[in-house]
Design a protein around this ligand. Structure first.
Ligand SMILES: *Cc1c(COP(=O)(O)O)cnc(C)c1O
Length: 447
């Protein structure tokens, strides 16, 4: 029988009801020792809070898991998961390169000081001008379509260079829904026919393979399948075209400790540890590689690192009783700030240790829209106007997908490792939002 390394996973089981939730009120009064009340007194409500300590810790855990399992690993930060300068800079300081999926993200990484050759340029829409700059600056470009091959050939001709490129692959890894819209399929001949086309003019050199199989993937095995398929594709490239690739980029998609709606077990039980993903990926690589040959493994880290580092502190604005008797709270933050609320149920904790019997209640946001519901059914002690709640984990995708719709977006602060509170994004003002509007002369109001 094949030897399998043991993996130790800590399981936390507390008191549960039939939905797997604990029925005791949870309170969180501080973040890394800094009182949430003090932060809210200074910066107002609502306010996003990022823990630098958790961010670094999550990254280091992931790094340790992969680098102890495989000798040649690069981590690249997925900008779209959270592209705040302070978050990106923290992860670049830790050694991550930048993974971007648009010209805006590319420019943001460059502005922060990331050199072009430390940027991976992914995504289905790379405008010609942006692609040309990325080529000039030596970025790793992952081709998504034949049209992009055509663009790159033109750029190579214009600049009179040969361009190193990677291609994006898609495949069935047993995960539903199967993502087939990005890159080229390796379960059919599509991908190898594309490579044949890519090599035709001699201006493009294929140096790497990329694929990103989905997000919040709860099955480490899916990555083992992905790696196996990518490796056998690289062997096919070698026999068919004589190509040796330098790297295998397996994307991201590792889950955070968030609770997907419809999954009733608590995340600490339902979510495999990052070690299990690392074992699965490295195990699959090492099983199929030729001895002594270790192509670079690239991990595009995203939600698994930043989600738990993010908190949203919010206050009760109004208290109501619905016609069916349910208690309802109108909070000052809603789905405008928590876009991921449509898929995940967060931890909702009181900031002060409120006593009292837990009561079922519904939490609404501030929007004048029926869908603005933070939690359809929470169990909280009775809250007064102005009482504060803290919602987590919210570090992934919310601070990039948030909407300005009818309200200003609030400030974001970082609790540093030293315990200081740094403002990392100011709250918006009318000026920010109106600065780009122009009123045609004939519409000037003379009131
Ligand atoms: C979004 C994205 C990631 C990061 O995904 P997570 O689910 O946040 O880990 C990595 N690579 C690509 C290509 C992406 O589009």
């Amino acid at each position: 029988m094949k030897y399998e390394k043991p993996v130790i996973t800590q399981i936390h089981i507390g008191k549960m009801n039939k939905m797997g939730q604990s029925l005791t009120n949870k309170c969180r009064s501080d973040i890394d020792g800094v009182k949430i009340d003090d932060i809210m007194d200074e910066f107002g409500s609502p306010v996003f809070i990022i823990s630098e300590k958790v961010l670094r810790k999550k990254y280091r855990e992931m790094k340790r898991a992969f680098t102890t399992a495989y000798p040649n690993v690069e981590f690249s930060w997925s900008y779209k998961t959270n592209y705040l300068d302070a978050v990106c800079a923290t992860l670049h300081q830790e050694g991550e390169t930048a993974e971007v999926v648009s010209d805006f993200e590319y420019e943001k990484a460059r502005r922060l000081g990331v050199p072009g050759n430390k940027i991976i340029f992914n995504g289905p829409y790379k405008p010609y001008a942006a692609l040309k700059i990325a080529v000039k600056e030596g970025a790793r470009i992952h081709i998504d379509s034949i049209d992009e091959i055509i663009d790159l050939e033109l750029i190579a001709k214009e600049l009179n260079v040969t361009i190193n490129v990677g291609i994006r692959l898609n495949m069935d890894t047993g995960i539903q829904p199967k993502w087939s819209r990005f890159g080229f399929c390796i379960d059919t001949d599509q991908a190898s026919d594309t490579v044949k086309r890519l090599l035709e003019t001699g201006r493009l050199r294929l140096t790497g393979l990329h694929s990103h199989i989905g997000t919040f993937i709860m099955a480490p095995d899916a990555y083992a399948v992905q790696v196996k398929k990518m490796l056998s594709f690289s062997k096919l490239l070698k026999t068919r075209f004589g190509i040796n690739i330098d790297y295998i980029d397996i994307g991201g998609g590792f889950p955070s400790q968030s609770r997907l709606k419809g999954v009733y077990l608590p995340p600490s039980v339902a979510i495999p540890s990052i070690n299990e993903y690392a074992e699965s990926i490295a195990g699959s690589l090492l099983a199929d590689l030729d001895p002594g040959f270790y192509p670079k493994l690239i991990i595009e880290s995203g939600r698994a690192i930043v989600d738990e580092a993010g908190f949203l502190a919010t206050s009760v604005h109004a208290i109501k009783r619905l016609s069916d008797g349910l208690r309802a709270y109108v909070m000052d933050a809603g789905v405008n700030l928590l876009f991921t609320n449509f898929w995940y149920r967060y931890n909702i904790e009181t900031v002060s240790d409120s006593q009292g019997v837990l009561e079922p209640c519904v939490l609404y946001g501030p929007l004048c829209m029926n869908i603005d519901v933070l939690d359809e059914l929470s169990y909280l002690p009775p809250l007064k106007r102005g009482d504060r709640l803290v919602i987590s984990p919210v570090g992934a995708y919310n601070m990039t997908q948030w909407m300005q719709f009818i309200n200003y977006r609030p400030p974001i602060v970082m609790v540093t490792e030293q315990g200081d509170v740094e403002l990392i994004r100011e709250g918006e003002s009318l000026q920010d939002i109106c600065a780009r509007e122009r009123l045609p002369k004939h519409l000037n109001l003379e009131l």
